[in-house]
Design a protein around this ligand. Structure first.
Ligand code: EPZ
Length: 419
């Protein structure tokens, strides 16, 4: 069990770089097996989920190692197409190996993926897209077996812009004969980052960032070097921590457009947002105002992953904030824990109403999931007194050395790993 000790009430101040993106790294790690490739990835965060992806690569026979924030993969030695359940259940992104294995081996044997418990997280859209590319898929409870003697280009129309289904379809389509068009594709920056990697690795691919992606085959390069983009959700968390503590923080190396939906609401809540090309300064001017109505949506709308941390920043804002969650059915799991700090939150169905209180007080909390745990840290930083968060490894799935990053900004926080 990890334990976070926070002495709240200190204003965050200063500048800090933003770590590389977890959700950009994971599909790129899967993409490294598309063809016999030697890959060098820079700015990869050191996280539990990244470690799980590296263990999957090794289990498939690849050489894969992380040194600080650099990852080296040699997939020329790939020797298998099965991933055991114990590795699949470690994270959601393990499912992206399905498209990559199918492309490389014509076969993938795996099981349903794990990940945060945010409600039902089916993979029907992934499977439908792969079937359209010519895969035959058998499902037997938790086990999945996909085969395709020859993948063929297809017109895929996603009924919802699922991030994971878009990624799986992009990877499998690289090995397909003929052109594939994915309509209704997810537009997240992580999809654009995957396209950039694939194109360096030899794919003929374009359109990521719009709702139509076109893939026209793959002429594999032998070597591929890539730098992972900064993490927009970690940036959002730090921005919310700055806002909640009346702070003044500059986030360096991040493209402000990647989290402009969050910055819009922090500005509405009374923070100054000073953006340049590659950095953003968030300056809070005392007590925040309620941010109004927030609805989570696929990118470029307000991201579900930033919802819990913005909720945490609104707990002491003047007035009422309403958040409607439309992406996951169970993403208010942080609410009962935040109430222990004195928060006034009412949940009705998929809507949470947050009435700002004058003061939060420290308490003992239990992290419920990755972003819920991050929200508890933000709230603990803004509360008076001591907060202790018991965390079954959730936060370290997505945040690298988060305690050190917050300490450098003036927080009084201490992290005990694996007690
Ligand atoms: C990605 O998950 C992210 N994970 C999530 O981040 C993020 O919350 C989510 O996208 C939405 O932005 C990674 O990139 C590793 P989806 P993913 O497929 O791909 C439904 C975090 O905290 N759906 O876009 O799993 C699904 O149930 C994590 O870092 C289907 O119905 O998200 C959900 O309601 C958590 N059938 C919605 O679509 C499918 O086949 C969005 O899922 C696939 C999805």
């Amino acid at each position: 069990m990890d334990i976070w000790h926070i002495r709240g009430g200190r204003r965050l101040e200063g500048a800090c770089p933003v770590q590389g993106s977890k959700n950009a790294s994971l599909p790129i790690l899967a993409a490294a097996i598309l063809a016999p490739l030697r890959c060098e990835l820079h700015n990869v965060p050191r996280l539990r989920d990244v470690d799980a992806a590296l263990r999957i690569l090794r289990c498939l026979g690849c050489l894969a190692e992380q040194r600080e924030n650099d990852v080296y993969i040699d997939s020329t030695t790939l020797s298998g197409c099965s991933i055991p359940h114990s590795l699949m259940e470690e994270m959601r992104s393990s499912v992206i190996f399905m498209g990559a294995l199918l492309a490389r081996c014509g076969e993938a044997r795996l099981s349903l993926p794990g990940g945060c418990q945010l409600g039902k997280r089916p993979i029907d859209l992934h499977l439908a897209a792969l079937r359209q590319l010519g895969a035959e898929i058998e499902e037997d409870g938790t086990d999945i077996c996909c085969r395709a003697a020859r993948l063929k280009g297809a017109e895929i129309a996603l009924p919802f812009p699922s991030v994971g289904a878009t990624e799986n379809a992009m990877l499998a389509a690289c090995a397909a004969k003929g052109t594939t068009t994915i309509r209704g594709a997810a537009k997240e920056p992580e999809i654009q980052a995957l396209q950039a990697f694939l194109s360096r690795a030899g794919a003929g691919i374009g359109g990521a960032g719009s709702d139509t992606i076109r893939i026209e085959g793959f002429d594999s390069a032998a070597r591929c070097v890539c730098r992972i983009i900064p993490d927009r959700i970690v940036a959002s968390t730090l921005a919310c921590a700055a806002a909640a503590t009346g702070g003044d923080v500059s986030l360096c190396g991040i493209d402000p457009r990647h989290f402009s939906a969050l910055l819009y609401f922090l500005n509405k809540a009374g923070c100054d947002i000073i953006s340049s090309n590659r950095s953003v300064r968030i300056r809070s001017r005392g007590r925040l105002r309620a941010a109004g109505e927030i609805v989570t949506e696929p990118y470029p709308g307000f991201p579900t992953d930033a919802q819990p941390v913005l909720m945490a920043a609104m707990l002491q804002a003047e007035g009422e904030t309403r958040i409607r969650e439309t992406i996951f059915e169970n993403r208010f799991r942080q609410v009962p824990e935040l109430r222990r700090l004195g928060a006034d939150i009412a949940v009705c169905g998929q809507t949470a109403e947050i009435r700002g209180v004058d003061r939060l007080h420290g308490a003992a909390l239990t992290a419920t999931d990755l972003r819920g745990g991050a929200a508890m840290i933000v709230a603990g930083l803004a509360a008076c007194g001591d907060t202790v968060i018991c965390d079954d490894g959730h936060v370290s799935r997505g945040y690298e050395s988060f305690d050190r990053c917050l300490c450098a900004l003036g927080a009084d926080i201490c992290f005990d790993h694996g007690i």
